[in-house]
Design a protein around this ligand. Structure first.
Ligand SMILES: [Zn+2]
Ligand SMILES: [Zn+2]
Length: 332
């Protein structure tokens, strides 16, 4: 693997700047790493926060993209990935393994964690390198396009769902990539799903009902019944008091995004009666293993819009505008 081989890539030079198409040397894997030929890379709202500077990129230029599905072309594949099998790379790219969080099963909170497509070059390129210990074999039931949205939308959504405990009536605020996967998982688990979208977004409301939600409406609407849990995927702080107001006593609101606009003040009454408000941060490797196994059993069917590598910037703007239902995936 000569260092002079070049690949096409999209890079972020700094906040507020458009992604730039360029050529970079094909990266070389170090010990314990794999070189992947990227077959698909999902677009995530976190990429928009990185683009906009709402989440910091410590050392630009950086290749974004943290829902990578690829084929191992050099290095030792992760457990379960046979020859020619697909491998997935999620947001969690590396942890120190010995801090108090890593030692207690909470590597998602590791203060020294490094994240794919933020601290480590990601999948908006023809090739990428990843630490084998943080890669996963993609179940044979999924192709690259179907699997890509599972790797962040699916994983973070699943972690958020686990925080909802046994909640039977589940509200999902912001019906994008994560909610479209989670609705299928939650309905399969026997939960009742209530989908909240932007006001007047009837297309997305129909989409939610098709996937198994029993009710769909605008975020400002009260659901027909009180909810046992609500997950907020939209980065809109104003949804927090709305979701709390929709909860039954003892219910929980989980904020599923890495960034959210400020939460307006709200009366204590909305939290009273043992209601809980919390956030979900990153993922652990066991979240990934569990979700990939569960997605095979459901089975989860992702709805994807496909973009060329050179159109990565357009994919992000389409995500911002809510121009597609389901998930956007870049195919280098
Ligand atoms: Zn750690
Ligand atoms: Zn993500």
């Amino acid at each position: 693997m000569a260092g002079e081989r070049k690949m096409r890539a999209m890079v972020l030079d700094g906040p507020g700047q458009p992604l730039r198409a360029t050529e970079l040397p094909v990266p070389e894997p170090g010990p314990g790493e794999v070189l992947l030929k990227v077959h698909a890379c999902g677009v995530c709202r976190t990429d928009l926060h990185l683009l906009d500077g709402e989440v910091d990129v410590p050392a630009p230029p950086r290749v974004l993209g943290h829902q990578i599905v690829g084929e191992v072309v050099a290095g030792e594949p992760p457990a379960g990935a046979g020859a020619g099998g697909l491998v997935g790379v999620p947001w969690l790219g590396w942890t120190d393994g010995d801090c108090e969080y890593c030692r207690t099963g909470r590597e998602n909170l590791c203060p020294n964690a490094r994240f794919t497509g933020r601290d480590i070059d990601g999948g908006q390129a023809e090739y990428t390198v990843a630490d084998t210990r943080y890669c996963f074999a993609i179940p044979a039931a999924f192709g690259p396009l179907d699997a890509a949205p599972l790797l962040c939308a699916g994983l973070i959504g699943y972690r958020a769902l686990r925080m909802c405990g046994d909640a039977a009536r589940l509200g999902l605020y912001g019906f994008g990539a994560a909610a479209h996967i989670l609705t299928q998982v939650a309905a399969w688990q026997g939960r009742r799903v209530f989908a909240f979208t932007r006001e007047g977004d009837e297309r997305t409301q129909r989409f939610a009902l098709e996937l198994g939600a029993e009710w769909a409406g605008a975020s400002e609407q009260r659901p027909p019944e009180q909810l046992d849990a609500a997950i907020i995927f939209a980065p809109v702080g104003g949804l927090v008091p709305l979701a709390l107001a929709a909860l039954a006593p003892g219910g929980i609101v989980v904020c599923g995004g890495i960034h959210m606009s400020d939460i307006p003040s709200f009366p204590y009454e909305l939290l009273w009666m043992e209601r809980t408000l919390k956030s979900v941060a990153n993922l652990t490797r066991s979240d990934a293993t569990e979700l990939l196994e569960l997605a095979t059993r459901v089975p989860v069917r992702t709805t994807v819009s496909r973009y060329e590598l050179a159109d990565a910037g357009r994919a992000l703007e389409d995500l911002r505008a809510g121009a597609f239902t389901g998930a956007a995936v870049i195919v280098p």
